[in-house]
Write a protein that binds this ligand. Structure first.
Ligand code: 13P
Ligand code: SF4
Length: 354
């Protein structure tokens, strides 16, 4: 049943994405870091705020989120956690779409982020105008978008999915005979098409971090570690996914290191995940999948430059000044919340059936 894009599905031209250098934050002395952390803890408490951090953020932010009763999670769980909180303020350490999702689900709460410029190459590759026109040209398709998109793009979608729920949602839609317009990640899209057999049109976006993993170098590395399991996030190219023992969301990959019997793991996703993987399975050997090798143009080198825009320093500044608040046009919010809620309800249903 699966179909490929045809020339009539021509995509609009999208401006190339500028990948910033990975930000380098001044090193803090032990005493300075301790003081800054204490200040942040005090501000979080005084402002009735919780810190919600993604697995790709710096280890010190993840540790602080855990210590202060916040959460460290994948993008689906970040959305769920924020919605369960009684706190008045959600401080989202991650990229902009994560802050926007938190605001869409919690319009009554203040949502702030250390840096509003922390975007995502997938979000950038899917501008709402051209995307809307493309949807208009395919009115018979169900529009499913990845969470890594702007509020405006979500407002145009029938479904939003994250990597941890994408397969069952697409399978569910395919079983109902629906044709799917998928955006923006072409690699995740082709993995979904391959796994479920769904009829999918794929928008041509990609993640600049996962795009850099190299299959030839990965095969070579795997030969040096014959007992190692290869863990791959599905934003990676097809040739890398083909070598994986486990393909899954960040949470699924963390669970794999503690549940699989292997002693060694080669991990194809952002390096930030190693903080949680080491916590989950301290006795395992973790190796970064290669971003070098034939045809390599490694710019991000397995470290998302936008996730790297979050630090203890600018988190403290945001809490101090109240700046960097996420605001969403109420009309957009009203539309965007529908496909996000659909995903959360679907996830809840799945949990209840399990
Ligand atoms: P997860 O939903 O698996 O956390 O992925 C988010 C993301 O941006 C991966 O690059
Ligand atoms: Fe976006 Fe890739 Fe960064 Fe995830 S790792 S936030 S998909 S650019």
């Amino acid at each position: 049943m699966s179909s490929s894009n045809t020339p009539t599905d021509a995509f609009p031209d999208i401006a190339p994405i500028t990948v910033p250098d990975h930000p380098s934050w001044p090193l803090l002395s032990g005493a300075d870091k301790e003081k800054l952390t204490k200040d942040i803890e005090a501000m979080l408490a005084a402002q009735n705020a919780v810190l919600v951090a993604h697995y790709y953020t710096r280890a010190d932010l993840q540790a602080l989120a855990e210590k202060t009763g916040g959460c460290v999670a994948d993008s689906l769980e970040m959305a769920r956690f924020g919605a369960r909180q009684t706190a008045e303020t959600l401080v989202v350490a991650g990229v902009r779409f994560m802050g926007e999702t938190a605001k869409i689900l919690n319009p009554e709460k203040r949502v702030i982020m250390p840096d509003l410029g922390a975007t995502c190459s997938l979000d950038e590759a899917c501008p709402p105008g051209p995307f809307g026109e493309f949807c208009d040209r395919h009115p018979a398709h169900t529009v499913v978008v990845y969470a890594n998109t702007s509020a405006r793009v979500k407002a145009r979608a029938d479904w939003v999915v994250t990597s941890s729920i994408a397969v069952p949602v697409i399978r569910h839609l395919a079983a109902r005979g629906e044709k799917i317009l998928w955006a923006p990640d072409k690699h995740l899209g082709s993995y979904l098409r391959e796994t479920t057999g769904a009829d999918m049109l794929l928008w041509p976006g990609s993640c600049v971090v996962h795009e850099e993993f190299k299959s030839v170098a990965l095969q070579r590395l795997a030969r040096l570690h014959p007992g190692a399991a290869i863990l791959v996030h599905p934003e990676s190219p097809e040739s890398v996914i083909a070598l994986a023992d486990v393909v899954g969301s960040t949470t699924a990959l963390i669970q794999a290191v503690s549940s699989m019997p292997n002693k060694t793991f080669i991990v194809a996703t952002d390096k930030g995940i190693f903080y949680k993987m080491r916590q989950a399975a301290p006795d395992r050997m973790l190796i970064e999948a290669p971003t070098v090798g034939e045809g390599a143009t490694c710019q991000a080198c397995a470290e998302c430059p936008w996730m790297g825009m979050n630090s203890l320093q600018n988190l403290a500044e945001t809490l101090k000044t109240g700046s960097n608040e996420i605001l969403i046009d109420p009309e957009i919010r009203e539309k965007a919340v529908i496909p996000i809620r659909r995903m959360l309800d679907f996830a809840e249903n799945m949990k209840n059936k399990a």
